[in-house]
Design a protein around this ligand. Structure first.
Ligand code: BEZ
Length: 213
């Protein structure tokens, strides 16, 4: 049975390039991003892990641990990480899970047999500090993901969790956000001292609350 938003992310114990990991212990109270790629030593995956390494400080600033997974073994991962560092001009500082027995791939339904019987598709999960699944995306092997978009969604999720706001279509860091329907306009005016712009009773904007004005 596949995971859905709001489900508890399953725990697991695995070998990774950063040593043995219990997933829940690794996450602690942080947010988490778990993502699969089809195989080591493949071109699109090389760029994806490189881009994740470029953004690893941005994820860390947002109290978020990143961990990648593929069905290749650990010795393959170690060799490939050298190539990623060399070709993408980065230092991969996050763990890559070796999942040759497909334990994680099965728990998280990352193998879609009609796409490939043997390797994982590009699955990505954002997991909250409550261990609940907050985002699921699935891309085909041939399309590299946009990790700036992953960062954007993470920031939106954290704004919702911390300030009861949502983000509109194409929202970018620094732009106005939306007061969630569960908050009355009267309460919103008290809660958001930077102001509330009421376009319709159900469509109310306020400046991004966690920025200094
Ligand atoms: C890649 O990561 O480059 C890739 C993997 C499988 C199919 C196509 C591309």
């Amino acid at each position: 049975m596949s995971l859905r938003l709001g489900d508890i992310a399953p725990n697991f114990q695995v070998q990774t390039t950063s040593g043995d990991i219990d997933f829940y212990e690794f996450l602690g109270d942080s947010w988490g991003i778990l993502f699969s790629h089809p195989a080591d030593y493949t071109p699109v995956c090389t760029t994806e892990l490189g881009k994740t390494a470029v953004l690893q400080d941005e994820f860390a600033k947002r109290n978020t641990k990143v961990i990648a997974v593929s069905v290749d073994p650990l010795d393959s991962h170690f060799g490939w990480v050298k190539d990623i560092n060399e070709t993408q001009h980065v230092t991969v500082g996050f763990p890559i899970i070796a999942d040759p027995d497909r334990v994680v791939a099965t728990l998280y339904d990352m193998i879609h047999p009609n796409a490939s019987e043997k390797t994982t598709v590009r699955s990505l999960f954002i997991i909250g500090p409550d261990k609940k699944v907050k985002l699921i995306i699935t891309y085909p092997a041939s399309t590299g993901r946009n990790f700036n978009e992953v960062l954007r969604v993470l920031e939106s999720l954290q704004l919702t969790a911390n300030f009861s706001v949502a983000t509109p279509a194409d929202w970018k860091h620094g732009e106005d956000v939306i007061v969630v329907p569960a908050v009355s306009t009267e309460d919103a005016i008290k809660k958001f001292p930077k102001g509330v712009n009421v376009i319709k009773p159900y469509l109310r904007y306020t400046p991004q609350p966690n920025l200094e004005s």
